[in-house]
Structures are given as structure tokens and as C-alpha cells.
Design a protein around this ligand. Structure first.
Ligand code: SF4
Ligand code: SF4
Length: 185
């Protein structure tokens, strides 16, 4: 790289939590001056702890789905309990929303069509001002996450301004960091 080379975009990623992605990203953001920064962490986006953002936009963040059994239509066959590999079906044939991973297997196997499968509101994503520039980040609910599962309506796609450098932090989601947050986990 020549001495005059510029960096337009820098992506910090790792599949392992606790490696220091957020600290490194915050450091580069400070060095970059006025950058566009995106915290795309799938589980615990926490760059906001360092950059103290002031939110200027807030949006609902929807990702994935969760099963909901309609008790009135359930015939108690037990297919959902038997086939849910995440142990999210209670013996009384109701769904534990914290354990449900939204895989849809129970919906598929239910012979009575008694399981609804609505989209899950996981939290909110924001565009904020910080002392280092614009930060795109999210706050997720308890046990909510953005683990890379793709559904038809998964939110807006975001991209940095081409005129300013971008610093992004992302855990591995199996897709480009520019897809998250399609929300931002
Ligand atoms: S959607 Fe998947 S994880 Fe959720 S209750 Fe049904 S089978 Fe279990
Ligand atoms: S598979 Fe459907 S009908 Fe059978 S127990 Fe589960 S919700 Fe009820």
C-alpha cells in the first residue's frame, strides 16, 4: 500500500465473542475522525457504550418468526413437542418464546394447522450522532437475536455514504456485514 493510499471501508469481524472487536472498532472510529460506523453485532451490539450516541432516528427491528399455538385448535397430538429440537414446546402444548428459534418445524408438522407463525419484533435500530460521526446500531430484547435467518420482510438495508470512510463491527452471520443490521442479534 502506498503512503498516500486511503481506506474507504474497514470491517472488523470474528465469530468469537470477547476478542475485542468493539474496542478495535471504536479505536479506528476515533482515528478516522468523522466516519460512518455500523455496529452489526448479531447478539449484543454494544459500541454505543463507548461512543455515547444521541439517537436521531429510531426504527422497529423485526427479524425471524416465533411459533404461537392456538389452544382452541390444538388436538394434543404431540407432534410439535416431539419434533422441536430446541425444547421450546411445553408439555401443555404452548411455546416458550425465549427458547423458540423460529425454525418453523412445528408449524410444518402440526396436523391441525393450530400454530401461528408471526414475525418477531426483536427490538429497535437507530441512526445516531456521536463525536466520531454517524453510528448505526440496535438495541435488542431479551433472548432476541439476528442470527442470519432470512425471511421475506427483514427490514431495511443500510449502506454508508460513499464520501466518508466506514468502520463496521460484525460477528459472523454467514452474509456480508453490509446486510446487517437489516436490521443490526
Ligand atoms: S418454531 Fe421451531 S423452535 Fe419454535 S417451537 Fe416450533 S419447532 Fe420449536
Ligand atoms: S402439533 Fe399442533 S395439534 Fe399437535 S400438539 Fe402441537 S399444536 Fe397441538
Amino acid at each position: 500500500m502506498s503512503a498516500n493510499a486511503t481506506i474507504d471501508e474497514l470491517v472488523v469481524l470474528s465469530g468469537k465473542g470477547g476478542t475485542g472487536k468493539t474496542s478495535i472498532t471504536a479505536s479506528f472510529a476515533v482515528l478516522a475522525g468523522q466516519a460512518v460506523i455500523a455496529d452489526c453485532d448479531v447478539d449484543a451490539a454494544d459500541l454505543h457504550l463507548v461512543l455515547s450516541p444521541r439517537a436521531r432516528e429510531r426504527h422497529e427491528f423485526w427479524s425471524g418468526r416465533e411459533a404461537v399455538i392456538r389452544q382452541a385448535d390444538c388436538i394434543g397430538c404431540g407432534e410439535c413437542l416431539e419434533n422441536c429440537r430446541f425444547g421450546a414446546i411445553r408439555p401443555t402444548f404452548s411455546v416458550d418464546p425465549v427458547s423458540c428459534e423460529g425454525c418453523g418445524v412445528c408449524v410444518r408438522f402440526c396436523p391441525a394447522n393450530a400454530i401461528d407463525f408471526p414475525e418477531r419484533r426483536c427490538g429497535e435500530w437507530m441512526v445516531s450522532d456521536t463525536r466520531c460521526g454517524t453510528l448505526v446500531h440496535a438495541r435488542l430484547g431479551v433472548a432476541a437475536e439476528n442470527s442470519g435467518k432470512r425471511f421475506p420482510r427483514s427490514g431495511a438495508r443500510l449502506g454508508p455514504s460513499p464520501r466518508r470512510p466506514a468502520v463496521r463491527s460484525s460477528s459472523w452471520t454467514g452474509r456480508p456485514a453490509s446486510d446487517a443490521p437489516s436490521s443490526p442479534r
